[in-house]
Design a protein around this ligand. Structure first.
Ligand code: ADP
Ligand code: ASP
Ligand code: MG
Length: 407
């Protein structure tokens, strides 16, 4: 008997009707002779709604209480799905993250899973039950409830698949697979038959919200067979695996993007040797992720430093810098909001020079100003004004011929 982990996202469990549809999908997998673990998200826009309720009460709610609040969303869905499965004649039991033994590091709002205690789940599976686990949540060694970051239910599913040695992890969602770019923004986006872990990891890290980056990381590290597919249409999805099918002459596999980016510039650093490490160590201690970094010497022999962050982290970043001003020794700070990052990804880039040049050329032809750039072996990212983000994505999608199948 095989073991399949199925994960259903917010839209896929967004109403009673959808939950009944999920129950049917689980039943069909059971009827194929497999044991099933189901991971679910909060219903529809529940998490967003809970976030806005909190904001109405406090602009500075503690991350611990936010976790306490947000985990209720998933708890609703697991109970309703257990009831739906029982109505369909299946034995099922629901667990919150902490009941399911999902242990995390002691960090609120964006914790990493450190261990999964599987004995209880395995016992229930052996007894023939469908095990339902709340996505996106875990517990610390000291019993504090944590969450895994927005979109983190994918990670719960893949981590469970790895820990339980599942045969496959199916991510059921509101699109039919992984596309060359977000099909909600670009109509000519094309569904990929398969994609490598490395390319998917880059796309996810660069803003392609279809999979949580840590889910892809787990899948890669533990070699979990992962498929993204539709919860509404019974058609093949996209397989994420070690080596994807090559597409002739196709160097770029996808375009990812994210808005809400801010560029912070620290002007007049007097001691760049020590202040550079102090700045980034201090920001890391506050769990502020810094992305692109640019350093330049000025004529007066001081240093200017620019880096990009998520706009949400701006206030905290400015606070941290202000508190350490004398230690860091800088003149002043500037921040530019309203930016976005657009990235092209493809493992073929390693052996094809000129991809970045082509990207800059086509963006220039479309009169899109590039504010910052970063590259790795398999991606090139450009920071642009957020009003130009979708135009930049469309331009790149066209220029790299992503709408056409090159197999
Ligand atoms: P779920 O609630 O099922 O987890 P998400 O909203 O988190 O669903 O992820 C699915 C969404 O990801 C799609 O509706 C789509 O808009 C977005 N998306 C972004 N990039 C891509 C991509 N490259 N391929 C497919 N979907 C993408
Ligand atoms: N409900 C959480 C969110 O909306 C987790 C998830 O859906 O994956 O981010
Ligand atoms: Mg998601």
């Amino acid at each position: 008997m095989g073991l399949i982990v199925q994960k259903f996202g917010g839209t896929s469990v967004g109403s009673v009707e959808r939950i009944l549809n999920v129950a049917q999908c689980v039943k069909e997998e059971k009827e194929r002779g497999n044991n099933v673990v189901v991971v679910v998200s909060a219903m529809g826009k529940t998490t967003d709604h809970l976030v806005s309720l909190a904001k109405e009460i406090s602009a500075n709610a503690s991350k611990r209480e936010m976790d306490m609040l947000l985990t209720t969303g998933e708890q609703t869905t697991i109970a309703l799905l257990a009831m739906a499965l029982k109505e369909k004649g299946l034995e099922a039991i629901s667990y919150t993250g902490w009941q399911a033994g999902i242990l995390t590091e002691p960090v609120h709002s964006n914790a990493r899973i450190t261990k999964i205690q599987t004995a209880k789940l395995e016992k229930q599976l052996t007894d023939g039950k469908v095990v339902i686990v709340a996505g996106f949540q875990g517990v610390t060694e000291s019993g504090e409830i944590t969450t895994l970051g927005r979109g983190g239910s994918d990670t719960t599913a893949v981590a469970l698949a790895a820990a339980l040695g599942a045969d496959r992890c199916d991510i059921y969602t509101d699109v039919t697979g992984v596309f060359t770019t977000d099909p909600r923004y670009v109509k000519s986006a094309r569904k990929l038959m398969d994609i490598s872990y490395d390319e998917m990891l880059e796309l996810a890290n660069l803003g392609a919200g279809v999979l949580h980056p840590r889910a892809v990381e787990f899948a890669k590290n533990y070699n979990v067979k992962l498929e993204v597919r539709s919860s509404m249409e019974k058609i093949e999805g996209t397989v994420i695996k070690g080596e994807a099918t090559l597409e002739q002459n196709l160097v770029v596999r996808g375009v990812a993007f994210e808005d809400q980016i801010t560029r912070v510039t620290i002007l007049g650093l007097t001691n760049s040797l020590t202040s550079l490490s102090t700045i980034f160590t201090t920001l890391a201690q506050h769990h502020i992720n810094v992305d692109i970094i640019i350093q330049s010497k000025t004529e007066s022999d001081t240093t200017n430093l620019s880096f990009s962050i998520k706009t949400d982290d701006l206030n905290e970043t400015l606070g941290v810098m202000e508190n350490n001003k004398s230690l860091l020794g800088y003149d002043r700070i500037e921040a530019e909001n309203g930016l976005a990052k657009v990235s092209i990804v493809g493992s073929g880039m390693i052996s094809n020079p000129g991809v970045a040049a082509k990207m800059f050329e086509v963006l220039a032809q479309s009169e899109i100003e590039i504010k910052m750039v970063s590259t790795s072996e398999i991606k090139v990212s450009a920071v642009v004004e957020d009003q130009q983000m979708v135009k930049a994505v469309e331009t790149l999608h066209d220029a790299f011929e992503l709408a056409e199948d090159h197999r």
